[in-house]
Design a protein around this ligand. Structure first.
Ligand SMILES: Cc1cc2nc3c(=O)[nH]c(=O)nc-3n(C[C@H](O)[C@H](O)[C@H](O)COP(=O)(O)OP(=O)(O)OC[C@H]3O[C@@H](n4cnc5c(N)ncnc54)[C@H](O)[C@@H]3O)c2cc1C
Length: 485
């Protein structure tokens, strides 16, 4: 094929605005766009039908938007190399353009296979950055400045449309059913680039006002946090767009409270990449304890009944159960309550972070491997560096849901339990249980472990091990040194 044609391979960058690969494609006379629904993704233990559903919603919108620009979006099901090879045979293309991805292990393998295939077929492949993550980073020194430079760089915007020369058959998008997936039953945030931009706007103009105060309680965080995380995970908005819009909002508002709130938010955008960089540098943190001295600590003790109770929100601790049920129903939970769920699983129930992390990855619509596995390890105490944070579920209930609204909403069995007992319903005597219509052990479980006993046992084990010199530094130091600092 002599005519130059670019293939833009969409992955976790389902947008038009600030899309470097799309902009680069305009340099070719002709272009095509592709999204591959990979069986490796669908069958991975962290994938949930809700993720696929959200992606399909994004693709439906993206296909229309790209069509209006004259660029057909092909959506194919299959392994990436197979799809790329078939498309090359069917319609031909001369350049492969995409964004870098810091993904889970299977995507790393996929990227290597695609690179090898491109090399063997002589197709130039170019990957563009879209976050602050630096590939093959030698040292963390200077990383913050590089992050800033990338975020401050001009947005990559299209000028005009495309002229696709190949008439392409674009069948209907697959459905969950056609992909063999059962309905997920969650009420998800709206998918797509337009929803992402609306979400950003409403946060910067109105919802962000109480951000710092709203962060910790699941009641206030629902509206007071940005709720951009699924959009950042699926790339319906770029981090640079969010960063630059936030800086403009801070500079333009005369309201010091809003400016202060938005500065707190802006800092978290940096954390996003900071944690993704960890996975980029140390892909094994998805599977192995960061500090290998913790190997064997929890591996032998997995209690399947406790795990099931935690997953199903029936541990007998109302705040834990309310948070889990809310997460399972909506695909989102605020940071502190995520940390509490993990703390309860890792310390009270002494469950290993890998199976609990996989379950949570499926529940979080915003599953972002670099953030997720770093946080799973930090909240489970296996980095060997961070301060141990063990949350008391009853204290969290009293602090973050003082009127009991969140618990009553998500644990309806407790709806009539008097407020003084709501965080610890097992303390109700039989007559109060009767009046509340909630018999402990029948209508709502008795606590599956004793809070104080379990916390003490966990502290003894963790602090005992952490005192050993080997626990103070990771067993396999990385070139980046204090990776979790
Ligand atoms: C165990 C555990 C697992 C987590 N897994 C994920 C995950 O898979 N994907 C994910 O996006 N976040 C994860 N987080 C971090 C955090 O809980 C979410 O980013 C946040 O709740 C998303 O809601 P938001 O967009 O409204 O956040 P906001 O508070 O509005 O923050 C804006 C953005 O900043 C980034 N951010 C915020 N907090 C953090 C943080 N602590 N670390 C890194 N980046 C942050 C996210 O990109 C977020 O979308 C996890 C936290 C814990 C404790």
């Amino acid at each position: 094929m002599s005519r130059q044609r670019a293939l833009v391979w969409f992955k976790r960058d389902l947008r038009i605005h600030d899309h470097a690969a799309l902009v680069a494609a305009q340099a070719q006379p002709d272009a095509l766009a592709l999204f591959v629904i990979e069986p490796e993704w669908l069958h991975s233990p962290e994938c949930d039908a809700s993720h696929v559903d959200f992606a399909l919603g994004c693709l439906a919108e993206l296909r229309v938007a790209l069509g209006q620009l004259g660029l057909p979006l092909l959506v194919r099901v299959g392994s990436a190399v197979e799809v790329l090879a078939q498309l090359h045979q069917d319609v031909g293309y001369t350049h492969l353009l995409s964004h870098e991805e810091t993904g889970p292990g299977w995507s790393y393998v996929r990227d290597r296979q695609v690179a090898a295939w491109c090399k063997s077929t002589g197709i130039p492949s170019q990957e563009f950055t879209q976050t602050g993550v630096v590939r093959r980073l030698g040292s963390r020194s200077g990383w913050a400045a590089r992050w800033q430079a990338r975020m401050d760089a001009p947005l990559q915007l299209l000028h005009g449309g495309f002229t696709a020369a190949v008439p392409l058959d674009q069948p209907e998008l697959p459905t969950l059913a056609s992909l063999g997936l059962a309905p997920h039953g969650k009420t998800l945030q709206t998918a797509g680039e337009q929803a992402a931009r609306r979400t950003l706007k409403s946060f910067l103009q109105v919802r962000g006002y109480d951000y710092r105060k709203a962060l910790s309680s699941p009641l206030t965080a629902e509206d007071g946090c940005s709720r951009l995380s699924p959009h950042l995970a699926f790339g319906t908005i770029s981090l640079r767009t969010v960063h630059q819009a936030t800086e403009v909002a801070i500079a333009n508002t005369p309201d010091r409270t809003l400016a202060h709130a938005l500065r707190g938010f802006a800092g978290r955008l940096r954390w996003h990449c900071h944690f993704m960089q960890k996975l980029e540098d140390e892909p094994s943190i998805e599977f192995d304890n960061f500090a290998r001295v913790f190997d064997g600590l929890r591996e032998g003790d997995f209690n399947a009944a406790h795990f099931a109770a935690w997953c199903e929100g029936r541990t007998g601790y109302p705040m834990v159960d309310a948070c889990m049920r809310s997460l399972v129903a909506t695909g989102w939970l605020n940071f502190r309550m995520r940390a509490m769920l993990v703390s309860f699983a890792s310390y009270h129930l002494w469950l290993h972070w890998r199976p609990t992390g996989l379950f949570l990855a499926r529940q979080f619509l915003d599953y972002e491997p670099g953030i997720h596995w770093s946080q799973m390890q930090m909240q489970s105490g296996t980095t060997g560096i961070n301060t141990l944070r063990m949350y008391s579920p009853t204290k969290q209930a009293k602090d973050q849901d003082p009127q009991g609204h969140f618990i009553r909403r998500w644990v309806p069995e407790l709806a009539r339990v008097p407020l003084p007992y709501l965080a610890e319903p097992w303390k109700m005597d039989v007559s109060v249980q009767h009046m509340a219509g909630c018999t402990i052990g029948v209508d709502y479980p008795a606590p599956i472990v004793d809070d104080k006993v379990a916390m003490k046992a966990a502290k003894d084990r963790m602090y005992g091990l952490r005192q050993s010199p080997a626990a103070r530094k990771p067993a396999s130091p990385s070139p980046q040194g204090d990776l979790f600092a």
